[in-house]
Design a protein around this ligand. Structure first.
Ligand SMILES: Cc1ncc(COP(=O)(O)O)c(C=O)c1O
Length: 385
């Protein structure tokens, strides 16, 4: 649905002009990468580093994995007794590539994976690519995990649970307590099943957080956990396809999983993550795009929508908003928005009907210009109710 709306945006822009169409559909960062990115890439290219354009070990450049492991020990591994080293870090073609490697490594035909709704719908493909089936556990009215519903969805075939915080589409960040509750459910269920269920934490929005809100790590909540991440969103490098898998060093058998995902990286045809990008991003681990820009866009739109009567909370992270649809049928409402030349994705596209997602990857001037359309849309919706 996201892609369909995006394509519709391209069509409408040709018809009406690019400044008349308000494309809130795709999470494709419009900010340019930090200026340091251009400098770092230029330096690498000019240095003629031997082998830089050649194959390397399938897990990625060892020096890159060393530096990334050291950074992860400061951020997501600081409460662990055992530090990460390069053996638990595998460079991948984005978070999408990372998830495909993990699923290839752990799923058998018929295996089940549980996601928490609302969720990024591409998970369905990543799971079915490897013979698995995605099941959906619900979250509560504030989109927080519901441990009981998660537990109810676990069966003998459950192989993994995938979570995403900060969350696309809601912007919600799971607290330490949320993660512990998930970890406790999985610890008990793994004991019951006689084998571990893997917890996969998809974190491409980890750095896109406002008010210094902490993003707790899954590593301390549950030993059988892996993090998948990328530089697509925080450094605006989505097209460069660079990300990584970090395996909890306290996981019994971590080395077996590491070798399985590394083999998957090779045989799925990625072979290795893009070489130049590995060398570049590792120099930029402390950087991210200009959060103030996303924050200004968020303030502007949340303030205006609230005033018009839309129900929504200001998220702590990501560049998404997930307002309630003013009519129960979110498809009908996104159609009303489309008639106002505003492109939004219906909540049913994330397995949570009755909402719609707005991606703030468009300039403030366009957001301003779209406000009249949002006001007309809610007025039209009120007449339908
Ligand atoms: C929740 C989530 N996970 C993963 C991805 C894929 O990211 P990448 O470009 O790193 O493959 C996206 C992209 O929109 C996303 O929103």
């Amino acid at each position: 649905m996201v892609r369909r709306m995006f394509d519709e945006g391209v069509r409408l822009k040709t018809l009406h002009g690019p400044d008349k169409v308000f494309d809130y559909s795709l999470g494709n960062p419009d900010l340019t990468p930090p200026t340091s990115f251009v400098k770092v890439v230029t330096n690498i290219l000019q240095s003629n580093m031997p082998g830089i354009h050649g194959y390397m070990t399938n897990a990625g450049w060892p020096d890159v994995r060393d530096k990334l492991a050291a950074y992860l020990n400061k951020t997501i591994g600081h409460e662990l007794k055992k530090p990460l080293d390069r053996e638990q870090v595998i460079m991948t073609a984005g978070a999408a590539g990372a998830m495909n490697c993990v699923f290839k490594a752990v799923l058998d035909p018929g295996s089940k994976v549980i996601a928490l709704a609302p969720y990024f719908m591409e998970y369905n493909f990543y799971v079915s690519n490897h013979g698995g089936e995605l099941l959906v556990a619900e979250t509560d009215a504030s989109f927080r995990p519901d441990p009981e519903d998660l537990d109810n969805n676990i069966t003998d075939d459950t192989r993994a649970v995938i979570i995403n915080s900060p969350n696309n589409p809601t912007g919600v960040i799971y607290t330490k307590e949320d993660l512990k509750a998930i970890g406790d459910v999985l610890t008990k269920a793994s004991r019951r099943l006689g084998r571990p269920i893997l917890l996969i934490s998809d974190e491409p929005y980890r750095k896109l957080v406002f008010n210094d809100k902490p993003v707790p790590s899954v590593f301390t909540a549950y030993p059988y956990s892996v993090v998948v991440n990328s530089f697509s969103k925080d450094l605006s490098l989505a097209g460069e396809r660079i990300g990584y898998i970090a395996i909890n060093p306290e996981m019994p058998g971590a080395e077996v999983l590491a070798s399985a995902v590394t083999l998957a990286n090779r045989i799925l045809g990625f072979v290795n993550a893009p070489s130049l990008m590995q060398k570049a991003v590792v120099e930029l681990l402390e950087e991210s795009g200009d959060l103030n820009i996303y924050r200004r866009r968020q303030d502007l739109l949340v303030g205006a929508l609230n005033q018009m009567g839309y129900e929504l909370v200001k998220p702590d992270g990501t560049f998404y908003l997930f307002p309630k649809s003013p009519v129960p049928d979110d498809l009908a409402f996104t159609e009303i928005l489309r008639e106002e030349l505003i492109l939004a994705v219906p909540g049913c596209g994330f397995a949570r009907a009755g909402y719609f997602r707005l991606s703030l990857c468009l300039k403030e001037e366009l957001i301003e210009a779209s406000l009249a359309g949002f006001a007309r849309a809610i007025n039209r919706a009120r007449q339908l109710n």
